[in-house]
Design a protein around this ligand. Structure first.
Ligand code: DC
Length: 216
C-alpha cells in the first residue's frame, strides 16, 4: 500500500504540522488521529463524566460524531479545534487513549481512511495498528527539550501561568504513558524511517520525508 503515508511519534515532534504540509504538497487527505482522542476527552469534560466509568464512556463513544472540515475538528457539528489544544485536554486524551474500548471505537474511522488511500495519517499507532500495510512509514522524533519548547509556545498563549519546567515534566509523563500502555503503544518498528527533527526547519523535514517516499 503505497498511497498511505503514516507518521508516528511522541507529542511535540511536529507530526501535525509536517503531515498537514506534506498532504497539501501531495494533494492527499490528512488525518490527525490524536484529534479523535482529544475530541473524546473534550466530550468527557463537557458531559462531566469520569473516564473510568465504562458505561458513561461507552455512551459517549456510541453517540459522538467527530468530523473534519479543512483544518477544523467538529464534535456533533460544533467546532472544537481550539478547545482541544490545551494542556488539560492533552493530558486527558493520553489517559483516554490508554483505554482499549476507546481505541476499538475509534479504529474503524481511521481504518476506513487508510483503505481509501491518498492520505497522510499521523499519530502513535498509525504504522503499527491502523495501517500496518503502508509502505511509507515514518517515525518523527526530536529531543524532549525541543519538543517541550514547541509545545510551551502553543500552550503559553492560552495559559500564561504554565512554566517550561512543568511542560517538560508533563511531556515526559505523557510520553511514558503513550509508549508503555498495553493497547497499541507508540512504537518505532524496523520498517519505519526514523527522522530526528531536532534543529531542523519544518520545510526541511517535509522535504526529507518527500524524498524518502516510495510511491511507484
Ligand atoms: O498527537 P496528540 O498530542 O494530539 O495526541 C493526543 C493523545 O492521543 C496522545 O497523548 C496519545 C493519543 N493518541 C493515541 O493514543 N494514538 C494515536 N494514534 C494518536 C494519539
Amino acid at each position: 500500500m503505497k498511497d498511505v503515508i503514516t507518521i508516528d511519534g511522541p507529542s511535540g515532534s511536529g507530526k501535525g504540522t509536517i503531515a498537514r504540509r506534506l498532504a497539501k504538497k501531495l494533494g492527499y487527505q490528512y488525518l490527525d488521529t490524536g484529534a479523535l482522542y482529544r475530541a473524546v476527552a473534550w466530550k468527557a469534560v463537557q458531559d462531566k463524566i469520569d473516564i473510568n466509568n465504562k458505561d458513561a464512556l461507552n455512551t459517549i463513544l456510541g453517540n459522538i460524531k467527530i468530523t473534519f472540515e479543512d483544518d477544523r475538528v467538529l464534535v456533533d457539528g460544533k467546532d472544537i479545534s481550539s478547545e482541544i489544544r490545551t494542556g488539560e485536554i492533552g493530558e486527558l486524551s493520553s489517559q483516554v487513549s490508554a483505554i482499549p474500548l476507546v481505541r476499538t471505537a475509534l479504529f474503524n474511522m481511521q481504518r476506513d481512511m487508510c483503505l481509501k488511500g491518498n492520505v497522510v495519517i499521523e499519530g502513535r499507532d498509525t504504522g503499527t495498528t491502523i495501517c500496518p500495510e503502508s509502505e511509507n512509514k515514518f517515525y518523527l522524533d526530536a529531543a524532549v527539550e525541543e519538543r517541550a519548547r514547541r509545545r510551551f509556545r502553543e500552550l503559553n498563549i492560552k495559559d500564561p501561568g504554565i512554566t517550561m519546567e512543568q511542560t517538560i515534566e508533563d511531556m515526559k509523563k505523557r510520553d511514558l504513558r503513550d509508549s508503555s500502555r498495553e493497547s497499541s503503544p507508540l512504537t518505532k518498528t524496523n520498517d519505519m524511517v526514523y527522522v530526528d527533527s531536532t534543529g531542523m526547519e519544518i520545510d526541511e523535514v517535509v522535504s526529507f520525508i518527500k524524498n524518502n517516499l516510495n510511491l511507484n
